[in-house]
Design a binder for this molecule. Structure first.
Ligand code: F0G
Length: 493
């Protein structure tokens, strides 16, 4: 069904006028002409935007064979030795840099402009976003379509025993725990809505805007829904989210409701919600913004670009992240691969995706050299990654294979122990994010990651949304009578 044919009302406060005129819509379609969607299963190719019977754009999330789609853009390609395997080909892209050095210069110039919210200049605003700063590698849409908070610009904390610096005794505890000298944590919980999801969502909602969508929807374990709700509100679209009832951290649910999304709690798990949302979107012409949506993956690639830029384009040996639905593994892997192919970096980091033991279908497939695809009923304290049938399996498998990467699995006890270390260091993160540190510690113990290798771990979400899981001191701290004696006796313990 064409995307804006649904009779769903626009969200409260949304203007009557459409976000784009016919003229600018034509410009957007032209700008997206070098962008195609490639099926990751059968390799069939589709245009980024297809017109339906009424000439309205019709979204496509899957290939006719049922496979997931991947955005394919065309660039000039300096790394000739990579050419046979590359998904980027030389094309009519006169204005784009043609060497790794020129790409680096472009991005470095943009970061040197002050990262302030600009009131009148769109360009400055885009340069201030940790996603749209890399816009040529994200989505070639006219600037006026872009919906940005802006996002990104998150900290890359040096936490290794050697690189943490004097005076950071707390942060050094993380390096000690991991057993690494040169170790960085990229805190994606510092994004506008508190998770890495904002990077994909800015691209996804921008694409919804291009498509003229009035309503956007997703299934979520909580962070995607909060992000969708925020960006949909900003764009004047109706946000609709499906959550697994009783399995979403309180802060994420509160956030989603506060931003005004229609919030449907499904008496089932995330995998049930995911299945339902895809059907509902196709039936009602609502624009789907799960990571099944290939444009969200494009925005999320920017985590990789920003890490590389913060490291002055010196690629790390390893990049480690938690894995659930596998959108992030696919996105970061794709971003790093593109950075390598375009000559921005001189080697491809190895990627390690870490799953929770009770929700580890990707790990099971990895153990059998990906001969079989598993699904399972998921159970873990890390509700964000409580996913038993990941949508982006094939994309993520490609990333692991191409980067000589690995998949590992950690128990809930390991996750909570690692979370306590990150929290006590003063940095803090949500439970799913701590799978990163738990996985790194395990891989260092097994000497898969060597102690002297340079490692970047991604913390995907903020501490603040989940105020119960893994909290010390009975959650609310110590309560005493308002007397000096009472306070003294507590501090003496
Ligand atoms: N970490 C956090 C904090 C997450 O919210 C998620 C996924 C992941 C890791 C895993 O990323 O799914 O791309 O492999 N959260 C989704 C959501 C499922 O709905 O918020 P993935």
């Amino acid at each position: 069904m064409a995307i804006n044919s649904t009779g769903l009302p626009r969200s409260q406060g949304a203007g009557e006028e459409s976000n784009h005129s016919t003229q600018t819509a034509v410009a957007a379609v032209q700008a997206l002409a070098p962008t195609n969607l490639r099926c990751v299963e059968c390799l069939a190719l589709y245009p980024a935007i297809e017109a339906g019977q009424s000439a309205l754009p019709v979204p496509r999330y899957r290939c006719d064979c049922g496979g997931v789609l991947d955005v394919e853009m065309v660039y000039t390609h300096p790394n000739q030795h990579e050419r046979q395997n590359a998904d980027l080909f030389e094309a009519d892209t006169d204005a784009l840099p043609t060497s790794g050095a020129a790409w680096r210069q472009l991005f470095d110039e943009r970061i040197s402009s002050p990262p302030l919210w600009a009131i009148s200049t769109d360009k400055q605003l885009l340069d201030a976003s940790g996603v749209w700063r890399y816009r040529e590698l994200i989505l070639p849409v006219p600037d006026e379509y872009i919906i940005s908070r802006p996002e990104g610009n998150t900290s890359l904390y040096p936490v290794g025993m050697e690189n943490c610096g004097a005076g950071r005794i707390g942060h050094r505890q993380i390096g000690l725990y991991a057993g690494l000298d040169l170790f960085f944590l990229k805190h994606e919980g510092e994004n506008p809505t508190g998770s890495f999801k904002d990077r994909g969502m800015t691209a996804g909602v921008t694409m919804a805007n291009v498509m003229g969508a009035k309503a956007v929807a997703c299934a979520s374990t909580g962070n995607t829904s909060a992000s969708l709700a925020s960006y949909a509100a900003q764009a004047g679209m109706r946000g609709i989210v499906f959550l697994p009832a009783g399995n979403v951290a309180g802060g994420k649910l509160a956030q989603t409701l506060a931003y005004g999304a229609t919030t449907v709690q499904i008496e089932g798990d995330f995998d049930d919600a995911m299945h339902l949302v895809e059907h509902v979107c196709n039936e009602l012409g609502i624009y789907l913004l799960n990571s099944l949506n290939p444009f969200r993956v494009e925005g999320q690639k920017a985590i990789g670009f920003e890490i590389l830029q913060q490291l002055d384009w010196q690629a790390p040996d390893w990049l480690v992240l938690p894995a659930g639905n596998l959108g992030n593994t696919s996105a970061i892997g794709k971003g790093l691969r593109q950075a390598y192919q375009l000559g921005l970096i001189s080697h491809m980091p190895r990627i390690a995706a870490i799953q929770a033991e009770g929700a580890n279908p990707f790990y099971r497939s990895f153990l059998g050299n990906f001969a079989e695809r598993f699904s399972m009923h998921a159970e873990t304290v890390a509700t964000a990654i409580k996913i038993g049938n990941p949508v982006s399996y094939t994309r993520a498998r490609r990333v692991i294979e191409e980067s000589d990467g690995i998949v590992d699995s950690v128990s809930d006890a390991q996750i909570l122990a690692a979370k306590a270390v990150i929290d006590r260091s003063g940095i803090g993160c949500e439970p799913a994010s701590a799978a990163t540190l738990a996985g790194i510690r395990q891989l260092v113990e097994r000497v898969v990651i060597k102690r002297d290798e340079r490692v970047v771990g991604v913390l995907t979400g903020t501490l603040l949304k989940d105020s119960t899981t893994g909290m010390p001191q009975g959650r609310s701290g110590i309560v005493v009578k308002p007397t000096l004696d009472a306070v003294r006796s507590v501090l003496a313990q």
